[in-house]
Design a protein around this ligand. Structure first.
Ligand SMILES: [Zn+2]
Length: 374
């Protein structure tokens, strides 16, 4: 079952499977949703199923066609993304032939990585937008006769990166659909696309990946141990990309760090608080501070669930939250969560980090000792 390659997204998979089985295929789709939820991966899988020689509804993974898609080397399937502009590139030029040897190599390497892992985010130096020549290629290629059975599928990845010329050219292509050609646009910024493009596509919304699906994937495919996978899945907010980023971070150590910060905030020793502020605020990367505060939010939410239901699940990791609830049974946790959210917003506004953290510490103490009735 090749749909199993897609993490979660059960509703979308069912929708596409039914379309395939019923032969009700639109000529253009727009897959939209957050970053790292599997839009490209699903587009590739859909293209594979559309070209499978053996069965309908889902790709067999065994026929010659399915194997070619595995390597993203199927003549019927084109993957379109941002590319650098070639020297003296003119309208009508082949968008790849105008690139330097080095750029072509970079493109091929990125496509190889994408074929290996459809969740891979393509990144090519100096490729800032999707060129009109790439879009014109769609028209040219769809007018050519088919080399193989099946459907020609053009996947336009991060379609919001099309410049104005490319968008207008695509619009024309959408207005005159050719038989046997299917376009799949993917985007995490739907609002940046022309309304006239949106109205010509079947819109398919992708939700954040379900926490349990992400956790199970991390344990089964990335070899992450259960506890850590559960924690990462909670922090990743339904994004594969974010989960993989978090894999490189010592999430457990970071969690311990925010618990220490919380202890210092609630304590009476300013020197201790100062050293915790320094630890979290160390380094120049503001996104690290944001991640730590997201971790703190998670911890506060755990405490909230613990207080309401008496348990969160199993595991030692909740011991610190339990002790907190025992000591501050009436803590105003919603207010504490709001303070953290406000601090995260300030990180984005370039406010001095130690100031944000010190203020947050005072707010946390205030909400912990204040009376709050559920
Ligand atoms: Zn097949």
């Amino acid at each position: 079952m090749s749909w199993n390659r897609i993490i979660g997204q059960h509703r979308v998979k069912e929708l596409l499977r039914r379309a395939l089985e019923g032969g009700q295929i639109a000529h253009a789709y727009l897959f939209y949703g957050g970053l790292g939820v599997g839009k490209d991966a699903t587009a590739i899988e859909f293209a594979r199923a559309l070209n499978c020689e053996k069965q309908r509804g889902t790709a067999c993974n065994e026929c010659v066609s399915c194997k070619k898609v595995d390597a993203l080397r199927h003549p019927n399937i084109q993957f379109i993304c941002s590319l650098p502009v070639g020297k003296n590139e003119k309208k009508g030029d082949d968008p790849v032939a105008v690139l330097t040897e080095e750029q072509v190599e970079a493109l091929q390497e990125q496509l190889r990585l994408k074929a290996e892992n459809p969740y891979h985010r393509i990144s090519i130096p100096k490729a800032t937008f999707i060129k009109i020549n790439s879009i014109r290629e769609i028209k040219r290629q769809s007018s050519l006769s088919m080399f193989e059975e099946g459907k020609k599928v053009f996947i336009i990845s991060d379609a919001e990166d099309m410049n104005a010329e490319a968008s207008n050219s695509l619009l024309k292509t959408l207005e005159e659909p050719s038989a046997n050609t299917i376009l799949i646009l993917t985007t995490s910024q739907r609002d940046k696309l022309l309304p006239t493009i949106l109205s010509r596509c079947q819109l398919v919304q992708f939700d954040p990946i379900d926490e349990t699906d992400l956790r199970d994937y991390l344990t089964a495919h990335e070899g992450v141990e259960q506890d850590q996978a559960a924690l990462i899945a909670k922090l990743a907010e339904g994004s594969y990309d974010r989960a993989i980023d978090l894999l490189s971070v010592e999430v457990k150590a970071e969690r311990e760090e925010v618990v220490q910060f919380m202890r210092a905030a609630l304590g009476t020793k300013p020197s201790l608080l100062l050293s915790e502020v320094e630890k979290i605020g160390a380094g120049v990367d503001r996104s690290n501070v944001e991640r730590a505060l997201r971790m703190l939010q998670l911890w506060l939410r755990e405490a909230m669930v613990l207080r309401e239901r008496g348990s969160v699940g199993v595991g030692q990791e909740y011991e610190d939250a339990r002790r907190f609830i025992e000591r501050f049974p009436n803590a105003n946790l919603p207010a504490a969560l709001e303070s953290v959210e406000a601090s995260i917003a300030l990180i984005g506004k370039n406010v001095y980090i130690p100031l944000i953290l010190t203020n947050l510490a005072f707010d946390l103490k205030k909400s912990s000792i204040s009376e709050y009735s559920v």
